[in-house]
Design a protein around this ligand. Sequence first.
Ligand code: B4P
Length: 187
Amino acid sequence: MRVVFLGPPGAGKGTQAVLVAQHLSVPHISTGDIFRANVSQGTPLGLEAQRYMDAGDLVPDSVTNAMVRDRLRAGDTGDGFLLDGYPRTTEQADFLAQVLAESGRALDVVLALDVSDEVVVPRLLTRSVQDARVDDTEDVIRHRMNVYRAQTAPLVDYYRGQSLLRTVDGEGSVDDVTGRILAVLRG
Ligand code: B4P
């Protein structure tokens, strides 16, 4: 199964993607995690990505697309994958479709996690205490939400127009949300 998780910062994409990928036995591919691993290792990619991430901006498509293309060419994606946090722009979505088409593949479903701003901000502020992520301060969180609205939210209509979109209520306990997602994916 080839799945994309879509949603605003703090929607629970990363949290749910780990659990759902295990259920589906497919690799979990998080662009945020790949960037953070590169930042902590001090690679050239990490140095490039860090200034955008710290500010809450998107890393440029030129960097992100090439990274995802290489990852999707790896053999472990043959039986499917769960993409978490990618695509985040319509340009990335067009690029993804093209990369998959090159190997005769296409997405099966795009799962949008629906949560209100009132739920998201406290979640991220809690994480800022636990994980000390530089991009989880209140100002940067607000900026990331604006970036989401301007650049990523249009993907909801983009994928709805392709009849790939399924929306799941992302509020409530982690277990409740996982159950809703699996019900949709198995439905
Ligand atoms: P991401 O790592 O994707 O960060 P995120 O949007 O905050 O989502 P994340 O998955 O981490 O959090 P989640 O909602 O699961 O991106 C970080 C940065 O990387 C971006 O700002 C950008 O700079 C760059 N980047 C990544 N992908 C890119 C792309 N494609 N193009 C360009 N740039 C890109 O969880 C948030 C918190 O909520 C956690 O603490 C979790 O424990 C908690 N939580 C989750 N579910 C909960 C629940 N049901 N109840 C209570 N708490 C819950």
